[in-house]
Design a protein around this ligand. Structure first.
Ligand SMILES: Nc1ncnc2c1ncn2[C@@H]1O[C@H](COP(=O)(O)OP(=O)(O)OP(=O)(O)O)[C@@H](O)[C@H]1O
Ligand SMILES: [Mg+2]
Length: 229
């Protein structure tokens, strides 16, 4: 069986003036379809750098990344944009919604890039917003929604093109604990529906939702543990 994600000796360094900062120092990682993974580790250990690579928002300095049997480590920006739009749903800590745009249009936006018709976009965005519990908030703009509702819109946007992977970098980082529990219940549902979910968190209670916890330290994988669930 082939892995959904297959990473071999991924390195990422950044040039800062005359210095080179070595951030990811050789990561090997396989993730199967349907897994529920949490990345943990100290601030600065490279979690977001790795998530950005997984999400095709960035490319490695060296090493290979095979996503769904395609080598994405050497793709052009245009090819990567296409992979991002079809394979990846990304949820950010700060929601990253368009401010003057309704929940419905925020969710439908990735379908515009995918070239879907207006009717299809509306139908699918309504369906997804209903799934994330916002059937009664479709015409609200982000500033008319609570933090938890904004994150639900962002989760809906991540799901709208039926991606292979949902990536979430500290999705509860800006939410209070009650709202975090609600958002994690939503991720649990999304996973139970057959999706592959990968998230970053600093909180053990959040990581407990995942079935596999990978700890990074100083740019390498320190431990990789599967929960007996
Ligand atoms: N574009 C960049 N240029 C230079 N250094 C960078 C760049 N992006 C990240 N880094 C460095 O890489 C290291 C890892 O950053 P990263 O954002 O991946 O950490 P993190 O594990 O997500 O931390 P946090 O838990 O605080 O979000 C940091 O030391 C950071 O300064
Ligand atoms: Mg980070």
């Amino acid at each position: 069986m082939s892995n959904l994600i297959k990473i071999r000796d991924i390195r990422r360094d950044f040039r800062l003036g005359s210095e080179i900062v070595y951030v990811l120092k050789g990561i090997d990682l396989d993730i199967d379809k349907g897994e529920y993974v949490a990345f943990m580790g100290p601030s600065g250990s490279g979690k977001s750098t790795l998530m950005n690579l997984l999400g095709c928002l960035d490319t490695p300095t060296s090493g290979t990344y095979i996503l769904n049997n395609r080598d994405v480590s050497s793709m052009s920006d245009d090819e990567l944009a296409d992979v991002r739009n079809t394979e990846i749903g990304f949820v950010f800590q700060t929601f990253n919604l368009l401010p003057r745009t309704t929940a419905l249009d925020n969710v439908a936006l990735p379908m515009v890039y995918a070239g879907s018709s207006k009717t299809d976009r509306r139908k699918r965005a309504e369906e997804v917003l209903t799934d994330v519990g916002l059937a009664d908030r479709m015409d609200h703009k982000p500033n008319q929604l609570s933090g938890g509702q904004r994150q639900r819109v962002a989760v809906g946007r991540a799901l709208v093109n039926k991606p292979s992977i949902i990536l979430a970098d500290e999705p509860t980082g800006n939410l209070d604990s009650k709202t975090s529990v609600e958002i994690m219940a939503l991720f649990d549902e999304i996973h139970a529906a057959g999706n592959t979910v990968i998230l970053v968190t600093h909180e053990e209670e959040i990581a407990e939702h995942a079935h596999r916890v990978i700890r990074l330290r100083d740019g390498i994988i320190e431990s990789d543990v599967r929960n007996k669930k």
